[in-house]
Design a protein around this ligand. Structure first.
Ligand code: ADP
Ligand code: MG
Length: 283
């Protein structure tokens, strides 16, 4: 059974009292919950238990996501506290990102001013650099997976398509087709194998563009045409981008992964370093 009915209307899951639905993705539902021991709020990501179906092969996607999350401890990455398994479900107890999605902060025209975009882009890049240094690649960086905590700081969520490098994973890791069309790097489309770090950098560039522009850099009603634009690296920056932001975006959305800027390069780019005290003007 998924939980124990306690007082009327209350569902308990171990020491957690389940609350309302926070969101859902392709693989799971995420609920608000309260830790009855500490009084703290958490998020519980619930998956159907793959073992319920009988077969339970070695490398289940849920196990992989858990293994990745266990490796990560960073202020801008959602942290896994524990895993509860019942016969039908597997529940990840996670840091609550109480502030909702990063994109809720866009203004009436659907975008952010550059200093604010820079503030969150810095937090994103610091999380991505940390993950890469730990051998973890997210592979699905996009707005729905970028959340905010109660203090308004960015939390990268959903490592469901993530990969970690170990020698036996290396082959498969570089050939798995994954991501979300508008955020996917061109070298993934060419299916010749890729460097997963460069792929994450590309998606961060698409996110940065969307934050500051209010629309996608590569978009088309036809997926084939969208892929064509991505492959050619064809996009236009809006008139309001500063020259320095234009330069950085072009360096990130470089269709050639060999010449594309990497996370360290981003950190020393003038736009990224500009106004070191911007952080103070956001909250
Ligand atoms: P999936 O792997 O199925 O895509 P996600 O981990 O992306 O699932 O979670 C689905 C949605 O639930 C997210 O887009 C977000 O809105 C919400 N969510 C996920 N994790 C949290 C969290 N830690 N705190 C608050 N909301 C969350
Ligand atoms: Mg998701």
């Amino acid at each position: 059974t998924a939980g124990v009915e306690a007082a009327a209307g209350t569902v308990l899951l171990g020491r957690y009292e389940l609350g309302g639905l926070l969101g859902r993705g392709a693989s799971a539902k995420v609920y608000l919950a309260r830790d009855l021991l500490t009084g703290r709020s958490v998020a519980i990501k619930s998956f159907p238990n793959p073992r319920a179906g009988g077969d339970s092969g070695g490398d289940q996607p849920i196990e992989r996501e858990a293994a990745i999350l266990r490796r990560l401890r960073h202020r801008h990455v959602v942290r896994l506290h524990e895993i509860l398994a019942t016969r039908k479900k597997v529940h990840f107890v996670l840091d609550l990102a109480a502030g909702g999605e990063l994109f809720s902060l866009v203004d009436a025209s659907g975008r952010m001013a550059e200093p604010m975009a820079r503030h969150y882009f810095r937090q994103l890049v610091s999380a991505v650099r940390y993950c890469h240094a730990r051998g973890v690649f997210h592979r699905d960086i996009k707005p729905e997976n970028l959340l905010l905590d109660a203090a308004g700081d960015l939390k990268v969520a959903d490592f469901g398509l993530g990969a970690y490098s170990s020698s036996d994973h290396q082959q498969e890791l570089r050939h798995t087709l994954c991501g979300t069309p508008a955020y996917v790097a061109p070298e993934i489309l060419s299916k010749k194998g890729y460097d997963p770090g460069k792929v994450d950098v590309w998606s961060c560039g698409v996110v940065l563009f969307v934050l500051a522009a209010g629309y996608l850099p590569f978009n088309d009603a036809s997926l084939v045409n969208m892929y064509r634009k991505i492959y050619a690296g064809k996009f236009r920056c809006p008139s309001w981008f500063s020259p320095s932001l234009r330069h950085l975006v072009r360096r990130i959305l470089d269709p050639n992964p060999a010449t594309r800027i990497d996370a360290d390069g981003i950190m020393s780019h003038p736009w990224f370093c500009d106004g070191a005290t911007d952080d103070d003007i956001v909250h």
